[in-house]
Write a protein that binds this ligand. Sequence first.
Ligand code: SF4
Length: 355
Amino acid sequence: MSDEQSHRSASALPRAEASDGFEPAGVFPSLGEPLYQQLRRAGHRRIALQVPAGLLRNAAQIAATIGEQSGARVSLAARSCFGACDVPEAGEVPGAEACVVLGHAPIPNIRLPLPTYFVEMREPGGDPAALATTVVAAGLPRSLGLVASVQHLDLIGPLTRALADRGYSVRTATGDRRLAYAAQALGCNYSPAEALRSEVEGFLFLGTGEFHPRGLALTVDLPVWSLDPLQNRLEPPIDRASLVKERLLRIATARDAQHWGILVSSFAGQFRGAMAESLRRRAEARGRSATVIAFGRLDPSDLMGRALDAYVNTACPRIATDDAALYQRPILTPPEFLMAIGEEPLEPYRFDTFR
Ligand code: SF4
């Protein structure tokens, strides 16, 4: 290993590689005539429909409507879908000539295995004045960075203006090549917030649940609040110190691991083969053994019974940060792996931003 390689930082890990495939065939804010018209024009005979967990209950009805309106036969892809990184592959739904994906924006830096139509399911609700009043009443810092899940991006502008009217300085930023929109939150990439971290006193996430606030808090060392735009409910700030402590404990349990498994996903939007190879070399340079293990969707049972001490996952970073308890052995992100083998310091904690 060269001197230069041995002194690379985690940020110098190879990026995801572009693969062959299609550009998005269309992007729509919601289900409706513009989508159906484009599907009719394209003349697809068979379409695969992928819906996120929150829409499963209505999936059959949605499939029937798309079929009636487009003239295509529509089959549901049963595999659960966590992001635009793992859309159905050719052959996964036999005979499908195209795919409709609900609830996600396209990821610009990946190519798609089938002509794919994204329906982002934008949410028009939320009262900017009432939301701004809630933020002011809670005494949030006057200088805030704003990010949102794709469903609530249309509220960014109106809420920014409503907060400015109340004396706030609200900033948004454009992310990197993995994000379709400025201010967009993606579970593996909060680059709009990274761009603002030195210019604001805290971040406000517009959306529901803890998934994005936790990822955001691991990425930026600033207070993160979450505001549910439809319920007008502001959550207490995320306890970043506890999150980081939990990750440092996981890293500590893997520090003595001699035999590592390096996990690589075949999904177009999760594949980081060059990074896996780089990590393998770096493990070996530190006197550890490393075996690359390939998969599509990772299941904890896939890793059972292997004579390996710990894993580093080059696929979705949230598998390690959110699902670690499902695995028998420590499972780390690539930056955490470099901390565990002593190539990077433990502080500051570095989130595995997928670029
Ligand atoms: S890699 Fe993970 S966090 Fe990123 S889009 Fe895919 S499922 Fe979401």
